[in-house]
Ligand binder design. Structure first.
Ligand SMILES: CC(C)(COP(=O)(O)OP(=O)(O)OC[C@H]1O[C@@H](n2cnc3c(N)ncnc32)[C@H](O)[C@@H]1OP(=O)(O)O)[C@@H](O)C(=O)NCCC(=O)NCCS
Length: 191
């Protein structure tokens, strides 16, 4: 039998037995999220910005979070461990009817929490949230071709490589290609 219920706040145990909470971000998370973003920017070269480059004020971030909460095809998901933001996943689609069914996401986890399953739990949440919107039919992403951990994670979740785009990243005087990957979504049936 199909389980059609979707819980927006989810609790689960990580591989190290710490409790993970997944929940939509709230406007009052703005300050902590900017601290998280700055930390990630210094920890990984697999995202599109470096330290000091994110460029949002707390007020702008708060307004952004408020706006996301009003859009049924947008998600700003937070992964919390012991009250700390350990990871995030953001997803949005186009606005117009011809492109509202397809969107792209980005995901990041603090380095100290890598390989505990947080990325997998964030992706699983995204996919079941997308299904229950009954609007979203395609999830896309871009990933550096040398980001093997992320590619492994996405393939395990069912994403397939759909193409390779050259020169998407530029750092340390070098261009780096990305793969476009995608997952087709079947909506949850009406109960
Ligand atoms: C990619 C990222 C989100 C993964 O998060 P995570 O919480 O570590 O993910 P998980 O623990 O659920 O899964 C990681 C998987 O990668 C595997 N892995 C780790 N290093 C790997 C490598 N070098 N090659 C292949 N697989 C690797 C792990 O074994 C694990 O797979 P398993 O569950 O089958 O054992 C995290 O590493 C991150 O935030 N990186 C920096 C930002 C980034 O790259 N974001 C994605 C941009 S597209």
């Amino acid at each position: 039998m199909q389980n059609n219920s979707f819980e927006s706040i989810q609790h689960t145990l990580l591989k190290n037995n710490l409790q993970l909470t997944l929940r939509p971000a709230r406007p009052e998370d703005a300050e902590q999220l900017l601290v998280f973003v700055e930390q990630i920017a210094g920890e990984s070269e697999n995202i599109t910005f470096g330290p000091g480059e994110f460029g949002m004020t707390v007020e702008e971030e708060r307004a952004f979070l408020q706006q996301v909460a009003t859009i049924p095809t947008s998600l700003y998901l937070v992964a919390e461990v012991a009250g700390e933001i350990a990871g995030t996943l953001t997803f949005s689609t186009g606005k117009r009817s011809r492109i509202r069914h397809a969107g792209e996401f980005g995901v990041s986890v603090l380095r100290k929490y890598w390989n505990l399953g947080i990325g997998r739990h964030l992706l699983t949440y995204l996919i079941s949230w997308a299904r229950q919107t009954r609007i979203i039919r395609k999830i896309n992403l871009r990933v550096r071709v040398d980001n093997l951990a992320a590619i492994h994670l996405y393939e395990k979740a069912g994403f397939v490589q759909e193409g390779r785009i050259s020169r998407e990243f530029y750092l340390h005087d070098q261009f780096i290609d990305v793969y476009h990957m995608g997952l087709e979504i079947d909506p949850l049936p009406e109960t």
